[in-house]
Design a protein around this ligand. Sequence first.
Ligand code: AMP
Length: 148
Amino acid sequence: MLQMEREKNEMLLVEELMVPSEKVAHVQSGNPLEHALLVLIKTGYSAVPVLNPHFQFEGVISKTKILEEALGLEQFEMERLSDIAVHTVMDREIPCLKKDHTFIDALHKLIDHPFVCVTGENGEFDGIVTRREILKNVSKSYHESKNK
Ligand code: AMP
């Protein structure tokens, strides 16, 4: 990649790369797993952010985690899912970014996660940065540098 293209990417801020909160599917931490599974199936995502009633980021809930909870000794027992709240099984160890972090900060965190959440000073949920958005930028820079 040419130096200039590289520097252009490095200067990009998370604010310019993120999917804003109003376009992100999410569930509330107090929702039952049954509702979370419905949201995941309807949207087609494998995981979505979990927010509290103050719209602050709490964690991530995935189809895998929910299905693990539904798994009985010999079969799936889906009725279990209406009695378990999302916050009891969600993943809390999710790295977050701030809006003024850079493309490179996001790139590093997305190596191990399909998406990373963006939060404000008080933990409020601002949006997500996805691998797709990062790869789109890498691909654009690659083609621009090839055509120079
Ligand atoms: P992508 O890189 O676009 O495939 O997105 C990676 C992951 O980010 C998806 O599998 C979802 O878990 C999550 N994701 C992407 N877009 C959204 C969205 N609009 N709302 C909720 N989660 C999303």
